[in-house]
Every structure is written in C-alpha cells, then in structure tokens.
Design a protein around this ligand. Structure first.
Ligand SMILES: NC(=O)c1ccc[n+]([C@@H]2O[C@H](COP(=O)([O-])OP(=O)(O)OC[C@H]3O[C@@H](n4cnc5c(N)ncnc54)[C@H](OP(=O)(O)O)[C@@H]3O)[C@@H](O)[C@H]2O)c1
Length: 233
C-alpha cells in the first residue's frame, strides 16, 4: 500500500485514515466536498505527500470531474469512507421517501459509481504487479443476520445494499487481481457515532489499516470489523 485514495476525508474516520496513512509513509489523495473548508488537510498538503481533490460522491458532475482529475494519477488502494446516516429515530408509519432515497443514493449507489470510474487506474496498478484493493466502509447495521433490534430503516437498508453490491464487485474484479472488502469500523466517536461511542478514531483506523494490509485475493469479498472478526451478512 503506497498510493492511497481516501474518499470523504475532511473529518471523522476519513481524516483519521489520512493522518495514519501519512504517518506510515504512504502518498495520499484525499477527497473532500469543500476544499475551501478543509483547513487542516490543506496545511498538511503543503509539506507532506498529500493531495486534496474535490468530490461530492452524490453529484454526477462532481464525480466526472474527479474521475478526470484522477486519470493521470497512480493509485493502488482505495478507501471509500464517505457515508451518511440520515434522519434518526423514524418509526415505521412515518418513513420519508426523499430522505430514504438520499441515504440509498449516498451509501449504496454513489460508492459503486465512484469506484467504477477508478477502474482504469486500479487495473493498471494490478497489471503492474502491485497489490491493488478497494475497501468500503460499511456497518454492522447493514447486517440482516445481526438485526435483532429493528428500526434504522434508512441506514440499515442502504448499508445492506452496499454489502450486496460490493460482494458482486469482489467477484467481478477477481480476474483483474483486485481485492475488495467491506469494513465495519466499530462504534466510533465521530460526528456520526456520537460522543458515547466506546472506540476512538485512532484505534478503529489502526485496526482497519491492518485489515487493509492483510487482505489477500483469496479473502476478497469478506465483511469484517476493525479487529478482523468476520460479520454475518
Ligand atoms: N462512526 C461510527 O460509529 C460508524 C459505525 C459504522 C459505520 N460507519 C461508517 O464509517 C464511515 C465514516 O463515518 P464517520 O463516523 O467518520 O462519519 P462522519 O463523521 O459523519 O463523516 C462522514 C464523512 O463522509 C463525508 N460525506 C458525506 N456525504 C458525502 C458526499 N455526498 N460526498 C462526499 N463525502 C461525503 C463527510 O463529508 P462532509 O464533512 O462534507 O459532510 C465526512 O467526511 C461512514 O461510511 C459510516 O457509515 C461509522
């Protein structure tokens, strides 16, 4: 893992990935929706092997511009971290169509559309004999088998959809020697996880980087948490 792309990197786990990857000597391309408001990353980009590109994964024109920006660049590892939870605590009987479609759009559809535009660079990396891999941040909340508490319709269904799509991606990219996995970061103290979450960002990110480094083609398509525990689909 040398040339890493982190999608959704201005705060939370995405920012944690960038910091940990730079500390490990990786070259990093980090995407943010608003480069003007990514002060911390901009400061580091002045002195470290870090580039910042604009990307809103939910907007077709933004993805197209981003894919053009990426075309001349070399990458071997893609971490798709961007995601939203949507409105919380909605009971059945009061499920909103627009908000649900937005969560499905950002958490299920956009990651695959963003990833497919990166296939030329990823295939070039694999053809050059480099270990090449995609990693998608998902959630245990997307596990149908683990769902014993109900609720969270929007987020659960969107991450379950992501899991299904990424599993197909892993099968379809096997012949290109590109490995793919789904990573659950644990319940982490971020904007999304909230302050009561038991795990801090560095702990989760360090675990996920170990999972990224150890991933082999033989294990491609797996769904694991940051400690490496296999999760039920
Ligand atoms: N924290 C947890 O406990 C937990 C648990 C399970 C799974 N996860 C997953 O882990 C990932 C990161 O979560 P987090 O806790 O770090 O969340 P967070 O603090 O809410 O950060 C979410 C990140 O995604 C970006 N993002 C949202 N919509 C985007 C879009 N349309 N285009 C580009 N970027 C977008 C945000 O950018 P802006 O700043 O521009 O909004 C932000 O950088 C997510 O996929 C989440 O579902 C988190």
């Amino acid at each position: 893992m040398k040339d890493v792309l982190v999608i959704g990197a201005n705060r939370g786990l995405g920012l944690g990935f960038v910091e940990a990857l730079l500390a490990r000597g990786c070259r990093v391309v980090a995407t943010v929706r608003e480069p003007m408001h990514a002060g911390m990353l901009t400061k580091r980009a002045a002195t470290e092997p870090l580039e910042i590109l604009a990307l809103d994964v939910g907007k077709a024109e933004s993805r197209e511009r981003f894919h053009r920006d990426m075309a001349p660049r070399t990458i071997d590892t893609v971490i798709h971290n961007a995601g939203i939870y949507g409105p919380r605590g909605l009971p059945v009987g009061d499920l909103p169509e627009d908000a649900w479609m937005e969560v499905l759009h950002i958490d299920t559809v956009a990651p695959l559309l963003t990833a497919q535009g990166l296939l030329p660079q990823m295939r070039a990396s694999a053809s050059a004999g480099k270990k090449t891999s995609f990693h998608f941040l998902t959630s245990l909340m997307g596990s149908v088998g683990d769902n014993g508490s109900g609720g969270s319709y929007l987020y659960r269904s969107a991450k379950a959809g992501l899991n299904a799509a990424v599993r197909s991606l892993s099968i379809d990219l096997a012949s290109d020697n590109i490995a793919v996995q789904l990573l659950h970061p644990g319940w982490v103290r971020t904007g999304m996880g909230g302050e009561n979450a038991p795990i801090d960002i560095p702990t989760s990110v360090a675990g996920m980087i170990e999972r990224i480094e150890e991933l082999s083609l033989a294990e491609s398509g797996r769904f694991v948490d940051y400690t490496g525990k296999a999760l039920p689909w």
